[in-house]
Design a protein around this ligand. Sequence first.
Ligand code: 5GP
Ligand code: MN
Ligand code: MN
Ligand code: MN
Length: 340
Amino acid sequence: SQAQSHAQRGSRTAVEVDEYSTNPTQAFTFYNINQGRFQPPHVHMVDPMPHDTPKPPGYTRFVCISDTHSRTDAIQMPYGDVFIHAGDFTELGLPSEVKKFNDWLALGGSSMRFFSQLLFLAGSQSALGGRWQPLKSLSMTVNAAREVGGTLPYDIKIVIAGNHELTFDQEFMADLIKQDFYYFPSASKLKPENYENVQSLLTNCIYLQDSEVTVRGFRIYGSPWQPWYYGWGFNLPRGQALLDKWNQIPDNTDILVTHCPPLGFLDWVPKKMQRVGCMELLNTVQRRVQPKLHVFGHIHEGYGMMTDGTTTFVNASACTVNFLPMNPPIVFDLPNPRTT
Ligand code: 5GP
Ligand code: MN
Ligand code: MN
Ligand code: MN
């Protein structure tokens, strides 16, 4: 039925480098004028769902966040099943920052018990046909629970890196420590033994880097790469280099997590009057992979939610362009896949 639904949306083709790849603002204008590619009714903004919206039976709730940049202390987390962080969880990927982030992700026993008791209460209320009043207190309880245990009560937590996680990009670090002009002083001073195993500091989540995991029947793929911008981690030139990374995404991916946006979706940088999303990522998403959900961040100004009629796009940047963690996580419900 997966194949059938793809067939209904049109045939899937291998993606090639787009002729407008290197000029995304021009690409947006060209494809919008000549093909109406970013126009309603298919393409439109979506209002994020209030955090206390009841979850329908048989659905999984995804809690999407990105670009927290070591500023997690004041962030209020909503109720949900699967947590997804789309990269830039630190400023420089320093091991101390990664440890702090991993502590924030930690799941403590006491708060989890507290939390599941409330879930049970909320569930029985709905079974009796009552309104889901307890859910409001439930989302507040997540914060209360965090105060008890300092924890995030999600079944599954998925994390990718962004350009700020310098130490996760081993080739980048190998070059950086060779240079005598240090663009990133505190990261340049690290010794290989301090960052070589930095991934292993993330003990409280599933870390994806050009890799996938299936949870609750959902096939989830994560990738940190983005178009080159001032030589940070996981930077690649637009065109074939990025397309080679996107070509590793399996056809049947349900949920795609990248650090950067695709062209035309929540990728507008107002101060430059530029579209900066990746053309090859857009073509990969629309012409080949067609995931149900695409979560990203990177362009903080693009925080919000859109659809093209097939894929829901979420720019989950918690931080504003001034690096203040003001934007709430975005929650999204998907029907559980049928498993026979
Ligand atoms: P970050 O440094 O957290 O990756 O990105 C922070 C901000 O830098 C973004 O919100 C955006 O304003 C700017 N930025 C990041 N990547 C690009 C890019 O490729 N082009 C432009 N013009 N701005 C970018
Ligand atoms: Mn960022
Ligand atoms: Mn698909
Ligand atoms: Mn970024």
